[in-house]
Ligand binder design. Structure first.
Ligand code: FEO
Ligand code: CA
Ligand code: CA
Length: 631
């Protein structure tokens, strides 16, 4: 039988399953199909061979362990730009031996591209800007000596490789290309001037010897994922910033907040503190508080100073997913990517005014931050669901008082993690990206994995249903009244990743929409296209062995949120993470990032030069017939 031809039984099972996922209220069907009455094998087949999705129009592809990007028949993937590409003609070319200077790197495309957004020019459909995060760097490839920094110049080069790259792209004959020498090309790296705004700006905890006002900081780094505002600015999210700090005094005693944010004496394999005192906790402890924020950038004004928006709270920010309430207040959903950390939402005090873009520039400075508390739910092993609520993080409320260590709102925001604990927020399985459906406003969040679930104060249950969670899951919630302003929501798990070939039981075999043909681990990147297809990008174990046998390299999948069907769309090269996703407005070009190919060696992607270093790259995917991606 051709694998795409379902039998009648499979067709029936597939149809029934679609009804149940599409209509959350049908709990009878959920129980019936929750692996109880229809054998798992039949369900799995029906899912892999489903033909009913009106949204998914491409052929699911097999896994790959090759050192290349694989896409479905009828599609092609090409490199838009790679790490080290000069943004201007007077900048030296990338050097494959690692001898390029920090000064050159400050004007070259940054390393390890992650979240990104596409900004079309208002009056020219063939021109656009892209703002692209450069999350971190791999010293084995960045530096000629191939190890952690050994000098101030090495640290300078690392800071130059991180941050954000803004580039212009132009469409020629239907294909987007990088435009060198555009006046909009820009690097906002780890030494770029940035200002603070919002309730924590100027607070004592942000003051340092170099900035006694606590209002100006050098640089943004560890820029993971992103957000795009309706008023045309870019949000870049500072994630693993504490890894960049250490202490030259090994006897230093970190306070509770410093410990909670994870700073260590050794730093996590960066050693910047040894050669640049800004990162030395023994000398500049408050510098740590000046990172871990969401930074707003205006890509269309290359001279504008980026702004760290403190009202959004300080933690290991993954991304920022925006929505509007029923009465046009701006909502920002955010995850804190650490085992056992929280999910947040911000609601602006003022309303978004579409007709008056200038009025929107300070919207992210005034508002209320909330943190999520999830109910235990119904405990269904295949498709758990339940309720949850948002708890306000405002000084003076919910125990956020001076007696409990919070002297004012600035301290609540700077120590958002401690505030979340104070109010009883739910410790999650590493919240990564959040995405809001353009069709129904439901919110999706990847919970990538969590080796600590089931221990260390992180009980199994609710939206975190597995001890030692090695595969991850995608959480979904629907705000009450279908209004992002709501203080309560209903949640379910859209998919529980797993390996049904290795684990026959539901827990690690995955939910009903996982099968031998579409399995993956560690969902991380997440994004919707305009038609409401949900794109899932992975940053998982690519050993293709043991618990991960049959999963291959990291990949991108595409799901129909209504039916639950998931198909594999793209597989990346050896040792990479697939991350960062954005579309051209016509939905005919999909941009996706290959991050750190060959992080453990074994890859020379994308040039495949005999002595070439692998280079993180932005890929652009198009259809041979010029059609809409995924349709
Ligand atoms: Fe940068 Fe949580 O991934
Ligand atoms: Ca990520
Ligand atoms: Ca990740």
């Amino acid at each position: 039988m051709h694998p795409d031809t379902p039998t009648d039984l499979e067709r029936l099972a597939g149809l029934t399953r679609r009804r149940f996922i599409g209509a959350g209220a049908l709990c009878g069907a959920a129980l019936f199909l929750g692996g109880q009455l229809i054998p798992r094998s039949v369900l799995a087949q029906s899912v892999s061979q489903a033909t009913g999705s009106a949204l998914l129009g491409f052929e699911s592809i097999p896994i790959s362990t090759a050192d290349t990007v694989i896409v479905p028949p009828g599609y092609r993937a090409s490199v838009l730009i790679s790490w080290g590409e000069p943004l201007f003609s007077d900048v030296p070319a990338f050097k494959h031996d690692g001898t390029g200077t920090a000064e050159a790197q400050e004007r070259q495309f940054g390393d390890n591209n992650d979240g990104m957004s596409f900004f079309p020019f208002p009056n020219d459909p063939d021109r656009a800007l892209m703002a692209i995060n450069n999350e971190y760097t791999n010293y084995r490839y960045l530096l000629a000596q191939g190890k952690v920094p050994q000098s101030a110049e090495d640290v300078h080069k690392a800071l130059a490789a991180e941050g954000v790259s803004v580039i212009e792209v132009r469409r020629i004959d239907g294909q987007w290309h990088f435009a060198r020498d555009s006046e909009f090309n820009r690097r906002i790296h780890g030494n770029a001037p940035i200002r603070f705004s919002g309730p924590a700006a100027g607070h004592d905890l942000l003051k340092t010897e170099a900035d006694s006002s606590g209002t100006h900081v050098l640089g943004t780094f560890q820029n993971c994922a992103n957000g795009k505002t309706p008023w045309g600015t870019y949000l870049t999210c500072e994630e693993n910033f504490t890894d960049c700090f250490g202490s030259t005094d090994a006897t230093i005693k970190f306070d509770a907040a410093q410990k909670r944010y994870g700073v260590t004496v050794e730093s996590k394999g960066n050693d910047w503190h040894k050669y640049n005192s800004r990162f030395d906790m023994a000398k500049n402890p408050n510098e740590l508080n000046r990172h871990g924020w969401v930074v707003e950038i205006d890509p269309f004004d290359p001279k504008s100073e980026p702004v760290k928006r403190t009202a959004l709270g300080r933690f290991k920010h993954e991304n920022a997913a925006l929505a509007l309430t029923a009465d046009n207040h701006v909502v920002v959903y955010m995850g804190d990517d650490e085992r056992g950390e929280f999910i947040y939402k911000f609601i602006s005090r003022d309303r978004y005014e579409a007709a008056n873009p200038k009025a929107n520039r300070e919207l992210l400075d005034h508002g209320t931050l909330y943190v999520a508390k999830f109910g235990d739910g119904d405990g269904n092993p295949d498709h758990p669901k339940g309720r949850g609520q948002w708890i306000e993080l405002t000084h003076g409320k919910n125990g956020l008082t001076t007696e409990n260590g919070f002297n004012n709102q600035a301290e609540v925001l700077i120590h958002a993690r401690l505030a979340g604990t104070q109010v009883g927020a739910t410790r999650m399985d590493r919240p990564e990206w959040i995405a809001v459906s353009p069709k129904d406003g439901q919110v999706y969040c990847t919970l990538t994995n969590n080796s600590k679930r089931g221990s260390e104060g992180q009980p199994v249950g609710g939206p975190n249903p597995r001890a030692n969670n090695i595969y991850g899951q995608i959480l979904r919630w629907s705000e009450h009244g279908n209004d992002a302003a709501a203080m309560a929501f209903d949640w379910d798990l859209f998919v529980i990743a797993g390996n049904p070939e290795v684990h026959k039981e539901t827990a690690n075999g995955g939910s009903h929409n996982i099968n031998a043909h579409n399995m993956f681990n560690s969902p991380d990147g997440l994004g919707f296209d305009d038609a409401g297809r949900l794109w899932i990008l992975t940053d998982g174990d690519y050993s293709n062995k043991g618990d991960f046998a049959g999963m291959g390299n990291n990949q991108m999948l595409c799901a129909d949120p209504n039916t639950g069907e998931i198909r594999r769309f793209m597989v990346g090269p050896i040792g990479c993470e697939v991350t960062g996703i954005t579309f051209s407005p016509d939905q005919r070009s999909l941009f996706v990032n290959i991050q750190h190919p060959g992080e453990e060696g074994g890859s020379t992607f994308p040039e495949h030069l005999p002595d070439g270093r692998p280079r993180s790259s932005v890929m652009v995917i198009t259809r041979d017939d010029g059609g809409v991606i995924g349709a």
